[in-house]
Design a protein around this ligand. Structure first.
Ligand code: NAP
Length: 241
């Protein structure tokens, strides 16, 4: 029997208070995992949906998770927290560069490192699911630090898979397409951009946060035991076009 069950597994999801992170937390809990909803804001709503517990983690300090995985065994890490800053390349500020690189790439790598150190020391193995983007493959418009960071997420996912695949840790990523969350509010509010995006999505609709949850459950489950270094597009067909 192929198993998608996460019974007996403890999962930590970053940025779990809303959007894609919340949907993934609910999906993992539905598959049987005990979920730790990590956020800089209260995750009370998510905890009410998953029956798990919350942990305050603010990646304004990219090393914020350094001690989290020593304290208890955590089997599944979902690095979902992320921000975006938009401005023309000629106007783009150092502050907007550093803020996005810190949360989306530096914090992601050092959270993976802390998880990997603890899992390797315990010899228990583990699963990492990083949240990449279409902008791990494409250039995007007016989002230079986001594009650089998400290309970096794809690269770091493959690097870590190479180092840890033989040592019991699966490292993979999901590249969501255009999903209706806070992150894309400005795009949906811009009628022309919204129309242009919609017209290019083969599925003919924006994605919902729930559309991402199944891929996360799969990558965290025994069914994905031999999947390493993959970036799974969940994009309504966008990249196929
Ligand atoms: P969202 O609703 O804005 O969620 C972002 C999450 O990251 C929130 O929980 C946010 O917490 C958290 N976060 C931001 N800064 C943080 C920090 N310093 N420390 C800890 N947590 C922090 O957007 P989303 O669309 O669900 O984004 C989730 C992930 O998916 C991001 O990595 C994003 O890049 C990626 N993604 C989204 C799309 C899309 O179309 N929506 C597409 C591709 C990839 P607060 O609520 O407290 O700010």
């Amino acid at each position: 029997m192929i198993s998608f069950s996460l019974e007996g597994q403890r999962a930590l999801v970053t940025g779990a208070n809303t959007g894609i992170g919340q949907a993934i937390a609910v999906g993992l809990a539905g598959a049987g995992a005990e979920v730790i909803a990590a956020g800089r804001s209260s995750c009370a709503e998510t905890v009410a949906m998953t029956g798990g517990r919350e942990l305050r983690l603010d990646f304004a300090d990219p090393m914020a998770a350094r001690d989290v995985f020593e304290a208890e065994r955590i089997d599944i890490l979902v690095n979902n927290a992320g921000i975006i800053r938009r401005a023309d390349a000629v106007e783009f500020t150092e502050e907007d560069w550093d803020a996005v690189m810190d949360v989306n790439l530096k914090a992601l790598f050092f959270t993976c490192q802390a998880f990997g150190r603890a899992a390797l020391a315990r010899g228990t193995g583990g699963r990492i699911v990083n949240i990449a983007s279409l902008l791990s493959f494409q250039g995007g418009i007016r989002v230079p630090s986001y594009t650089a960071a998400k290309h970096g997420v794809a690269g770091i996912t493959k690097l870590l898979a190479n180092e840890w695949a033989g040592r019991g840790i699966n490292v993979n990523a999901i590249a969501p397409g255009y999903i209706e969350t806070n992150n894309t509010e400005a795009l949906r509010a811009d009628e022309a951009r919204n129309r242009a995006i919609l017209e290019r999505i083969p599925a003919g609709r924006w994605g919902k946060a729930d559309d991402i949850a199944g891929a996360a459950v799969f990558l965290a489950s025994p069914a994905a035991a031999y999947v390493h270094g993959a970036i799974l597009n969940v994009d309504g067909g966008w990249l196929a076009r």
